[in-house]
Design a protein around this ligand. Sequence first.
Ligand SMILES: *[C@@H]1O[C@H](CO)[C@@H](O)[C@H](O)[C@H]1NC(C)=O
Ligand SMILES: *[C@@H]1O[C@H](CO)[C@@H](O)[C@H](O)[C@H]1NC(C)=O
Ligand SMILES: *[C@@H]1O[C@H](CO)[C@@H](O)[C@H](O)[C@H]1NC(C)=O
Length: 303
Amino acid sequence: MSHHLSKKSVSQFVKSALPYLIVGSTTVVISGIALLYTFQCNLIYTANYPKGSRKHVPKPSDYDIPYISVILETNDDVKIRAYVCKRTDEAGTRPTILMFHGNGGNMGHRLPIAEKFYKNFRFNVMLVSYRGYGKSDGSPSESGLRLDAQAALDYIKQDKILKDTKLIIYGQSLGASVAIDLVYRNESKVDALIVENTFLSIPKVIPHIVPKLRYLTFICSEIWPSDSYITKLRTVPILFLSGSNDELVPPQHMRTLYELANTSGGKMFQEIKNGSHYDTVSQPDYFSKVGEFFIKMLGEEFC
Ligand SMILES: *[C@@H]1O[C@H](CO)[C@@H](O)[C@H](O)[C@H]1NC(C)=O
Ligand SMILES: *[C@@H]1O[C@H](CO)[C@@H](O)[C@H](O)[C@H]1NC(C)=O
Ligand SMILES: *[C@@H]1O[C@H](CO)[C@@H](O)[C@H](O)[C@H]1NC(C)=O
């Protein structure tokens, strides 16, 4: 017997195997995409980091802030958790700030920031854990987080006291994408927008964070197109807080977002010296620069 395959037997083999090869490679491609999709979501929405973030959610009472814990039901029936911290005597006359956190941890980890807004600025404060974060049900995605943000805004707009207060939307990093997305959809309900260390879009930031995935950004199903939505805001005043040492999101992204913004409410860019991606908020001049925005662009009722 010939020990090498003749041309004919190869072509016969290919013909008979072709259907299996197609089915097989399609399966490989599909499961490859599914894997990348899951990987992508795990990469973007790091809800389990730091460890224990799905179990332990610090409470406002740990910071001597009075609060109620609420469960919001989103438009697609996911139950997410939120804290609502109202000023005790002056809730109706003080502004309200709705805070959207970055891609790690949960709302409880942002209470030191909430504390500044509550105690120093005397704002009512609402924090949410997105779906799949903290003790909220579900799993995160762009379309899901959008509904979570809407549910939080709707809660404020249905609350007897909070509905008539001035409303500020605040977001850090991924939370700023959520904030921009929400204000883009509901600008008339919002009085100010504050964004910190955020990116133009997921496909535009991935090459900086994971250079190896640079050629795969076409596969991103998560987009968060802040660079597009920011241009569509018409009236809301916007504050851009940019850590000069952000090692994760190049500060140029913040600069470009600022330049793209075209709102009659005005825009302010505040560079925070020495601020890295995660510790910009801890720099000594952070809150005075936020205060400057309130005084210069929003007036006395915010101070
Ligand atoms: C707010 O956004 C939601 C979702 O897009 C939309 O259904 C609603 O009409 C918006 N409300 C206003 C006042 O723009
Ligand atoms: C900026 O906004 C004004 C109206 O508010 C609009 O007429 C103009 O086209 C906008 N510019 C850009 C570059 O979108
Ligand atoms: C930035 O860090 C350097 C070195 O730690 C320090 O000397 C400087 O005062 C810091 N600047 C600000 C504005 O905090």
